[in-house]
Design a protein around this ligand. Structure first.
Ligand code: HEC
Length: 196
């Protein structure tokens, strides 16, 4: 009888512990579902904030809005670098491409990295590298990469493609973009001639 009582008490204690730790683990596993790719979530969140009506962010987003406004003019076009392509240096562009190499390859047949392989990117349909999982924003953009659009994208990636997965601040200097685009254009089976 005694040992039966002990067994009952032990059983009660064990199930109480099981309940407590079981619930704790459950709460932890469900609440620990944080973003798997922070770099991906951030631009989306920012893009959403940008879409929000201005009245919503009058109070909280005053400073952010000023920063956006400062970056906006440079993001608008892309023509600035296109005008320099005739005199651009693909050699110098190759050195600037060092900034991209952590994520991109440009030679033919090289694998995708964090970003897609960029071989033949000029005139290539956007979001078309085989086997690469693009953001919805990039896939929705449509059309082929012209010199001007490459320039606009590289000035400020997330201003050109809302919600892009490319976590890169951008190249503000038109001359740098021109040299880089000249290099990218050279990385193709049949390079698209640079505009004079
Ligand atoms: C931190 C990683 C990273 C860096 C650095 C980076 N990129 Fe990207 N890039 C990406 C990702 C990821 C994508 C896919 C974007 C998407 O799906 O929205 C991308 C997309 C692109 C595209 C569109 C490709 C296509 O197939 O449509 C071009 C062009 C591009 N990058 C050029 C560059 C250049 C040039 C640089 C250097 C100045 C650079 N990127 C730096 C990650 C990066």
């Amino acid at each position: 009888m005694d040992s039966f009582e002990i067994t009952k008490i032990a059983g009660a204690v064990l199930s109480a512990l099981l309940l407590i730790f079981g619930t704790k683990t459950l709460i932890e596993t469900t609440s620990h579902h944080g973003p798997e790719k922070p770099g991906y979530v951030l631009p989306v969140a920012e893009a959403k904030a940008a879409e929000a009506p201005a009245s919503d962010k009058k109070d909280a987003g005053g400073e952010a809005k000023t920063a956006e406004a400062a970056a906006a003019p440079a993001a608008a076009g892309g023509a600035d670098a296109v005008a320099l392509l005739g005199k651009a240096s693909a050699d110098n562009g190759k050195s600037i491409f060092a900034k991209c190499k952590s994520c991109h390859t440009a030679e033919k047949g090289k694998p995708n990295g964090v970003g897609p392989n960029l071989h033949g990117i000029v005139d290539r349909p956007k979001g078309s590298a085989e086997g690469f999982k693009y953001s919805e924003g990039m896939l929705a953009k449509g059309g082929k990469w012209t010199f001007e659009e490459l320039s606009a994208f590289l000035t400020n990636p997330k201003a050109f493609v809302a919600g892009t997965k490319m976590v890169f601040a951008g190249l503000p200097a038109a001359a740098d973009r021109a040299d880089l685009i000249a290099y990218l254009a050279s990385q193709a089976d049949t390079p698209v001639p640079l505009p004079k």
